[in-house]
Design a binder for this molecule. Structure first.
Ligand SMILES: Nc1nc2c(ncn2[C@@H]2O[C@H](COP(=O)(O)OP(=O)(O)OP(=O)(O)O)[C@@H](O)[C@H]2O)c(=O)[nH]1
Ligand SMILES: [Zn+2]
Length: 199
């Protein structure tokens, strides 16, 4: 079901979603036949499949696809990786940045693959906490590093445009393993580096 990068949109899923979104528009008091809305159920069907296409991707396989043997054991950090996800409670977006670090243990991975792994787990119905640990777990499983760390900062539209309506709150979640968990100097170095701005 749903969107595949190579195969495009699944026909059966798209047809089912179009029908259901048309009903949703009616239930919301709209006329799905009016000009501006005629194509909306199809647009929504495709947008929602795109925004959940991470279900059909494998984070570990992506990291493995550019895994290189390298004898370095210095911390690698990729920070400010933008992400867009959707909360599983309201299907409203949450968005922000992920910061990732690992300490290689014989293997490194392509830097872009770390950013791709963020998308694999962001493009699903999520809670921020689970997404954070899923990213960490994929890095651990693929690279078996001496340590790994993931910090995510995000704003949740379900807290901004409805419900509690707080416009400025940012949620920070983190997950640490190995050296980052056991050694506060390593963890603090990572936290200091992600807080620093390039001049
Ligand atoms: N822990 C966590 N909570 C989330 C996330 N995204 C949304 N939520 C929260 O999920 C909760 C769902 O609470 P409910 O009381 O069932 O839903 P609700 O009545 O719509 O809650 P309000 O948003 O407070 O109006 C809310 O507190 C949301 O803020 C997330 O990524 N992690
Ligand atoms: Zn929500």
């Amino acid at each position: 079901m749903a969107y595949h990068k190579k195969e495009g949109f699944d026909k059966e899923a798209t047809e089912g979603l179009i029908e259901n979104y048309s009903s949703i528009l009616k239930l919301l008091g709209e006329d799905p036949e009016r000009e501006g809305l005629v194509k909306t159920p199809e647009r929504m069907a495709k947008a929602m499949q795109y925004m959940t296409h991470g279900y059909h991707q494998d984070g570990v396989a992506i990291l493995d696809s550019a895994k290189f043997r390298e004898d370095v054991s210095e911390m690698v950090i990729v920070k400010d990786i933008e992400l867009y996800s959707m909360c599983e409670h309201h299907l409203l977006p949450f968005f922000g940045k992920a910061h990732i670090a690992y300490i290689p243990n014989g293997y490194i991975t392509g830097l872009s693959k770390l950013a791709r792994v963020v998308d694999v787990y962001a493009r699903r119905l999520q809670v921020q906490e689970r997404m954070t640990t899923q990213i960490l777990k994929a890095i651990k499983e693929s690279l078996n590093p001496l340590g790994a760390a993931v910090v995510i900062e995000a704003k949740h539209l379900c807290m901004m445009m409805r419900g509690v309506q707080k416009q400025n709150s940012v949620t920070t979640t983190s997950a640490f393993d190995g050296e980052f968990l056991n050694n506060s100097i390593t963890r603090n170095e990572f936290l200091k580096l992600i807080a620093a701005r390039l001049s």
